[in-house]
Design a binder for this molecule. Structure first.
Ligand code: HEM
Length: 510
């Protein structure tokens, strides 16, 4: 009898029905019976990460976040928005202090940055507050301002090459894809600073082997798989992939490690970041694992392997250099002011950090670029701690809830930046010093707190010198005047497709 009944049941259909019921049950529970149920958000976000995945695929997470936070989708206006069954985004400026400057661990999303495989945790992929502090201490000397200043001649070398290449294009009268050139510059500087070795993009004058443009696949992988970080261990971060050479770049890994060792034995090695990290390892082998050295180089985006050119140090700088040039074309008053300031400053042929670091109008234009086109377009997520949970911006969150803050949303808060917060206005930083200090507290382009960017000194020096050189020596206009640029956000929001015509202003010392 039982056997007959079993025989009549369509097993595949029954399995499908069971799975559907389980999924529906979970969705209903997450949407209606979760402690986060009362927090508004898009429908699909109330029970899954589908909404986030959709906006990653559409390449504009930053715009979706802004739209919700500014209440353009009116019923969603408010300081909390539910982004998934377990994530809440907070637009209240107080979240800068209460979330990012707290000791909450980073969310598992960051684990996807462990490259070349899961054995190589770096400060980006590390999620534990405690462990991250240990790792950060180990690599801090390499990123310090004093070390960056020692490396200034190598940045100058890259900038000299950048200028030579621009001049060739200016002389030929061809249009210039500034996005590509600043990208080459940013990558070569990261290579020099970390590894004493430029990637050679400026010298070659093109994207060698399409290694930069091909990175979009890896960017998409990171953005999507970050939401299923457990899967990363079975995919790109699976050591077996390297072992069996299944991922084309992995075989270079051991070679890179050997190269790192060899160069530290050479008397000619200069004090680049790797050298300082090696010194730290030699002095404190009890505090540091040798693998951390390569992992840190990977995080910067500097190792001689295509997959590594994904790091944090180049795309971000390229975003700001581009935003600086793009937005000044739209704010002619600020362009005039910054040109006057630079022209009166008698800068060296390659402007030095010392000469450029205290020019107020230049600084204002750079700050406004950080604000209006923040390189990191994703939310920065932290996790409500066990066992007590946390109260943030007046609301309690149970342990495990992901609390995230979008730099794009914070940077457009009218309560902080004024009623014109949506527009580029470099002059908001000039004049009223107290207001500038207040606004500065909410500038989170580099993140803030224990997870903030260690490369900010290098980035800032490079940006100051490059922008000063561009302003002093060139004029530029878009080939199609007023054309809106294109950018896509997979963690970073890198613009492209806005060719310019450039003209030399005057030869230095001419
Ligand atoms: C305009 C330039 C840059 C911006 C806006 C920027 C921004 C950021 C942000 C927002 C984070 C993540 C913070 C978080 O998750 O809370 C980060 C992390 C990181 N950045 Fe940058 N960055 C820039 C340049 C650089 C450069 C030049 C380097 C290195 C050469 C670098 C190395 C790193 C590393 C290694 C991390 C991982 C986190 C850590 O170690 O604490 N960044 N950056």
């Amino acid at each position: 009898m039982g056997g007959e009944l079993l025989g009549r049941i369509d097993i595949p259909k029954a399995t499908a029905a069971t799975i559907l019921i389980v999924f529906l049950g979970a969705a209903v529970r997450r949407r209606y019976y979760s402690p986060l149920s009362d927090i508004p958000g898009p429908f699909f976000a109330s029970f899954s990460v589908i909404w986030q995945l959709w906006h990653i695929i559409k390449c504009h997470t930053e715009a979706a976040m802004r739209e919700m936070a500014t209440g353009l989708t009116r019923q969603l206006a408010g300081k909390f928005v539910r982004l998934s069954h377990k994530e809440v985004s907070i637009s209240d400026p107080a979240a800068v202090r209460e979330v990012l400057q707290s000791q909450m661990d980073k969310a598992n999303w960051y684990k996807v940055f462990s490259m070349p495989d899961s054995r190589y945790e770096n400060t980006m992929s590390e999620t534990s507050y405690k462990e991250m502090n240990r790792r950060t201490r180990n690599v801090a000397a390499g990123y310090s301002l004093s070390n960056v200043i020692k490396g200034e001649p190598y940045i100058d070398k890259a900038l000299g090459l950048f200028q030579t290449q621009l001049d060739r294009r200016v002389a030929s009268g061809s249009s210039i894809e500034l996005d590509k050139w600043v990208n080459y510059l940013a990558f070569d500087v990261v290579g020099e600073s970390t590894f004493s070795k430029s990637f050679g993009f400026l010298e070659a004058g093109h994207d060698i082997g399409n290694s930069i443009s091909n990175q979009y696949k890896l960017r998409l992988y990171i953005a999507l798989i970050g939401h299923f970080s457990w899967a990363h261990d079975y995919l790109l971060a699976n050591p077996l992939i390297g072992h069996f050479n299944l991922q084309p770049s992995m075989h270079v890994f051991d070679t890179s490690m050997a190269a790192v060792k060899k160069r530290s034995e050479s008397v000619e090695t200069r004090n680049d970041m790797i050298e300082l990290w090696q010194q730290q390892y030699r002095n404190h082998p009890d505090r540091m694992d040798e693998k951390e050295i390569l992992a840190a180089a990977v995080a910067n985006g500097s190792a001689d392997v295509d997959i590594f050119k994904m790091g944090a140090g180049a795309d971000t700088v390229s975003c700001i250099l581009q935003a600086f040039c793009y937005y000044l074309l739209r704010d002619t008053e600020s362009l005039k002011l910054v040109r006057e300031e630079i022209d009166n400053a008698s800068l060296s042929p390659i402007p030095s950090y010392e000469e450029t670091r205290e020019l107020p109008v230049l600084s204002a234009c750079i700050k406004e670029s950080y604000r209006i086109h923040t390189p990191v377009g994703f939310n920065l997520p932290r996790v409500s701690p066990s066992p007590d949970g946390v109260t943030v911006c007046g609301r309690y969150f149970a342990p495990g809830v992901i609390l995230s803050v979008s730099p794009w949303v914070i940077h457009r808060q009218q309560s902080v930046f004024g009623s014109d917060a949506e527009s580029y206005n470099a002059q908001r930083w000039l004049g009223d010093k107290d207001r500038a200090i207040q606004m500065e507290k909410y500038m989170i382009a580099f993140g803030t707190g224990y997870g903030s960017c260690p490369g900010r000194s290098l980035a800032h020096m490079e940006i100051l010198k490059t922008t000063a050189l561009l302003i002093r020596d060139y004029e530029w206009e878009q080939v199609t005047k007023g054309q809106v640029w294109t950018f896509e956000t997979y963690f970073t929001s890198i613009p492209y497709n806005w060719p310019v015509k450039m003209r030399r202003r005057r030869k230095f010392n001419a």
